[in-house]
Write a protein of this length. Structure first.
Lengths: 117, 112
């Protein structure tokens, strides 16, 4: 059974700091890994998606890496801003029949990030 | 191109009543997924549907919960005889075959 763990559970940093969020998963037979952002009372926004054959993805100040063999991913946020405050969720997607993706995601508990001015 | 639409945003029910949550997938998406986020817990998969078919309902509670995705109209998650433990945020996501999931804003169900 796939389990996803995120550490730390909460993180509070001053504006401008670079930070790293960690995600680990127990079963390396994944199709892809996604990082989401969730704001209070709102839905999920996909930030980065890394296919199982890839090592990293970058978007603006965000960089996500994937080490499938060790079951780990990190989300790096550069020059953090108060607007980055949110819950960050890591989710893995299993491989379905025929090697295609299967939209059943297993989520971690999330990291609550607070960036203070 | 509207995103995944869920309604209502907030739903209040008394114990024993029925709750119906609706999800309209993105245009062109024929795959729908329901997830539940209980207080202090992560998002958990409930059910995966394609038009008129339930593909995987391994995350659905055995009783009182049902889901459908008819040929026409939105997907419906139905909870009969709600209890306080059903209070949660229910999220719907949609995709094309083998594609990335797009999530709606969720329905917050409160059971009094």
């Amino acid at each position: 059974k796939q389990e996803v763990t995120q550490i730390p559970a909460a993180l509070s940093v001053p504006e401008g700091e670079n930070l790293v969020l960690n995600c680990s998963f127990t079963d390396s037979a994944i199709y892809n890994l996604q990082w989401f952002r969730q704001d209070p009372g709102k839905g999920l926004t996909s930030l980065l998606l890394i296919q199982s054959s890839q090592r990293e993805q970058t978007s603006g100040r965000l960089n996500a890496s994937l080490d499938k063999s060790s079951g780990r991913s990190t989300l790096y946020i550069a020059a953090s801003q108060p607007g980055d405050s949110a819950t960050y969720l890591c989710a893995v997607q299993v491989r379905g029949a025929g090697g295609t993706s299967y939209g059943k995601l297993t989520f971690g508990q999330g990291t609550i990030l607070t960036v203070h001015p | 191109n509207a995103g995944v639409m869920q309604n209502p945003r907030h739903l209040v029910r008394r114990r024993g009543q029925e709750a119906r949550l609706r999800c309209s997938p993105m245009k062109g998406h024929s795959h729908v997924y329901w997830y539940r986020q209980l207080p202090e817990e992560g998002l958990k998969f409930m059910v995966y549907l394609q038009k008129e078919n339930i593909i995987d309902e391994s995350g659905m509670p055995k009783e009182r919960f049902s889901a459908e995705f008819p040929k026409e109209g939105p997907s419906i998650l139905r909870i009969q005889q709600v209890v306080r433990g059903d209070s949660a945020a229910y999220f719907c996501a949609s995709s094309v075959q083998g594609g990335k999931l797009f999530f709606g804003s969720g329905t917050q169900l409160s059971v009094l």
